[in-house]
Design a binder for this molecule. Structure first.
Ligand code: TYM
Length: 325
């Protein structure tokens, strides 16, 4: 007997990076046996930042390949594309009527987006968290496994839900976020959250050689300018990542770094090797899946069909509660 329903989603930015993997996907995979899981490629959300959609279909394909390759299983979970279940857009409109604009204007990601894309501050961008709330409540999910950056959105979702329930009667459960033990992966620049947009990411699907080249560009402890300078592993993002991928043998490395017995280039090579070793089976699986586009299309069509059954039921209940029917 499964414990309840889980929903999570990700924007179709194409190939997934190590931040998505450590921050979210690892939980998604684990939770499949415990919960009824629904995982969604949120293409409508992507439109809030995309004026050129020529790569959208390709990005969706790249992303589902990664999801399947890391171990999301369409027999256990529903995997689908957001726009294939258009009920979410109807619910978005209904929820927008109970969401004060002031709540949306104070969301940190909205403020960031204004800075990132000042020429494209569109209406959809303001409503981003309302659409995200609609995703979650359309399936009455109670648990939402995400990275740390999504927590403010979830907090707002809970507020919208509370307001809806108090106005129209209990309809939606309040969902809780669920973090991995690596909820904020910093990028290769050692400063910002790992992301495609910041260009500081390591894609899961890179080849072993490409991974080595990428990791060579990583920032390490800034205080360590020469090989002979003692290092500070606690300030080094390469060390942090190494801990995750090479947990059994890193304790000695910290000490060697502090005594300047090991250089940053050596550490980068250790990290690249560890990542390549961990990702090798995933990359093999991905290559097999990529050769079977028919299967990928079937997975997404089946996922949308199963998701829509739940979505229609919820939407009817919402409309009844709002006295629209
Ligand atoms: P998105 O597409 O930015 O990211 C997908 C998931 O990956 C996590 N993540 C990270 N975790 C740790 N470190 C990082 N550097 C890192 N980068 C990404 C994110 O936290 C996220 O869990 N708004 C969401 C998508 C969404 C959604 C939803 C999520 C739409 N509707 C409903 C949950 C429920 C987003 O843009 O994620």
């Amino acid at each position: 007997m499964k414990k309840g329903r889980i929903f999570s989603g990700a924007r179709p930015t194409g190939r997934q990076h190590i931040g998505n993997y450590l921050g979210a996907l690892q939980n998604w995979i684990k939770l499949q046996d415990e919960y009824n899981c629904i995982y969604c490629i949120v293409d409508i959300h992507a439109l809030t930042s995309l004026e050129d959609t020529s790569n959208l279909q390709n990005n969706i394909r790249e992303m589902i390949l990664d999801w399947l390759a890391v171990g999301l299983d369409p027999k256990k979970s529903i995997l689908f594309v957001q726009s294939h279940v258009p009920e979410v857009m109807e619910l978005h409109t209904l929820l927008s009527m109970v969401t004060p604009l002031s709540w949306l204007l104070r969301v940190p990601t909205f403020k960031e987006k204004i800075k990132l894309q000042p020429e494209n501050v569109n209406y959809g961008l303001v409503g981003y968290p309302v659409l995200m709330t609609s995703d979650i409540v359309l399936y009455k999910a109670t648990v939402v496994p995400v990275g740390e950056d999504q927590l403010p959105h979830l907090e707002l979702a809970r507020e919208i839900i509370r307001r809806f329930n108090s106005l129209f009667g209990y309809t939606f459960p309040e969902p809780k976020g669920k973090l991995t033990n690596y909820p904020l992966v910093i990028g290769l620049d050692g400063k910002e959250k790992m992301s495609k947009q910041a260009g500081n990411d390591i894609e899961l699907a890179l080849s072993a050689g490409e991974t080595i080249e990428k990791i060579k560009t990583a920032y390490t402890d800034p205080a360590r300018r020469y090989r002979s300078d003692p290092g500070h592993p606690d300030k080094c993002n390469v060390y942090k990542l190494m801990n995750y991928f090479e947990s059994t043998s890193v304790s000695g490395i910290a000490e060697k770094c502090q005594k300047a017995e090991i250089g940053c280039v050596d550490c980068k090579m250790i990290l690249a090797e560890a990542i390549n070793k961990a990702l090798e089976p995933i990359r093999e699986q991905r290559a097999e899946l990529a050769a079977n586009p028919k299967y990928i299309a079937e997975v997404l069509a089946d996922g949308a069909e199963r998701a829509q059954i739940i979505a229609r039921e919820t939407l009817t209940e919402v409309k009844k509660n709002m006295r629209l029917i």
